[in-house]
Design a protein around this ligand. Structure first.
Ligand SMILES: NC(=O)c1ccc[n+]([C@@H]2O[C@H](COP(=O)([O-])OP(=O)(O)OC[C@H]3O[C@@H](n4cnc5c(N)ncnc54)[C@H](O)[C@@H]3O)[C@@H](O)[C@H]2O)c1
Length: 319
């Protein structure tokens, strides 16, 4: 049994990670300021003695009494609709917040996993994206607050590794979906599901031929935990689903699966929205023996079920 600190534990991925680690009998401490996460994501664990939650903004330094063995550094706004509204908080969480967590890791001799993102590749000119690709990011565009925060976080993480020998690893997470996403967080899967369930018009940005790859949450958690508990150090590893699908195809699938009568509305493509996004996961396959196992129908069906059961919270927003 280890003591594991999770930043962003009330968020979508963080809360699933906590479920998994609690099942494996670890002692969990979650730090979250709830800027985009929901405390209710951990309600089912509130009487669990192995979980301690601390309301804390990680841009402020913190000391933890217990000896920490591992840090999953997941805290950051992650949806474009969030980070475009709070760009300064996003940049400070990625920079100062990451520094504070690296200092904590160093102090406790803990291993830190940084949750990075496929967004560090920007609007990629190389397909699929390998870890060796340097990216194509507009440093002043509306998405730069997120992309550059994560690029800085990766650079700082590597600087601690090189300067202090801090035990670190970087997960470059590609689009992940599943239960507990916020219905109004603006990402395509919850948007399309809510619109379909309400028989409202499905809003697609652009003409729908842009592609994404969608990784189901259970597979992502499997990849993140395999990576954390591996002996890989000072390297970045892509974690995502290598199956490419168009946005139109996803919307059609969701419409069919929800028996929806929704029509489709096409909006302008937001500035710097990537046209293609596809991970090369050869490294994760070779080093971790990991690849996603959940097919899109199974993942969507569990996610649709979740939103059906939580319809009262649902309000749609832009994509
Ligand atoms: N979901 C995806 O598809 C995806 C893709 C790529 C990368 N990621 C990364 O994975 C991580 C988790 O993403 P998510 O989808 O669960 O997002 P989320 O918004 O659901 O969760 C992020 C959590 O971090 C917390 N947080 C943000 N700033 C904080 C701060 N300064 N102090 C304390 N807590 C703070 C939020 O309140 C929230 O609970 C993020 O780092 C994100 O960049 C996610």
């Amino acid at each position: 049994m280890s003591t594991i600190l999770i930043t962003g534990g009330s968020g979508f991925i963080g809360s699933h990670l906590i479920d998994h680690l609690i099942r494996d009998n670890h002692q969990i401490i979650s730090l979250d300021n709830h800027i985009t996460g929901r405390p209710s994501n951990l309600d089912h664990l509130k009487d669990n003695p192995n979980l301690k939650t601390i309301h804390h903004d990680i841009t402020e330094p913190i000391d933890i009494e217990e000896k920490i063995d591992y840090i999953f550094h997941m805290a950051s706004p992650a949806s474009p609709i969030d980070y475009i509204q709070i760009p300064k908080e996003t940049l400070l969480t990625g920079s100062i917040g990451t520094k504070n967590m690296l200092d904590l890791a160093q102090k406790h001799s803990a291993r830190l996993l940084l949750a990075s993102t496929s967004e560090i590749y920007g609007d990629p000119l190389e397909h699929p994206q390998k870890e060796t690709y340097f990216g194509n990011v507009n440093t002043t565009g509306p998405r730069s607050c997120y992309d550059e925060a994560k690029r800085f976080a990766e650079a700082l993480t590597m600087a601690y590794h090189r300067t202090h020998n801090t035990n670190v690893v970087i997960a470059r997470i590609f689009n992940t979906y599943g239960p507990r996403m916020r219905p109004n967080d603006g990402r395509v899967v919850p948007n399309f599901i809510i619109q379909s369930l309400k028989n409202e018009s499905i809003t697609i940005n652009g003409d729908g031929t842009q592609t994404r790859s969608f990784c189901y949450i259970d597979d992502q958690i499997d990849g993140l935990t395999k990576l954390m508990f591996s002996n890989i150090q000072g390297e970045a590893v892509n974690l995502g689903n290598p199956e490419e699908t168009t946005i139109s195809a996803v919307s059609e699938k969701i419409k069919t699966m929800t028996n929806s009568t929704s029509t489709t509305t096409y909006n302008d493509m937001p500035e710097n929205d990537p046209i293609r996004r596809l991970p090369d996961i050869t490294k994760a396959k070779n080093l971790l023996d990991w690849k996603p196992k959940t097919d899109i129908e199974t993942g969507l069906s569990a996610t649709i079920e979740h939103f059906k059961n939580n319809m009262q919270q649902t309000e749609t927003t832009d994509q």
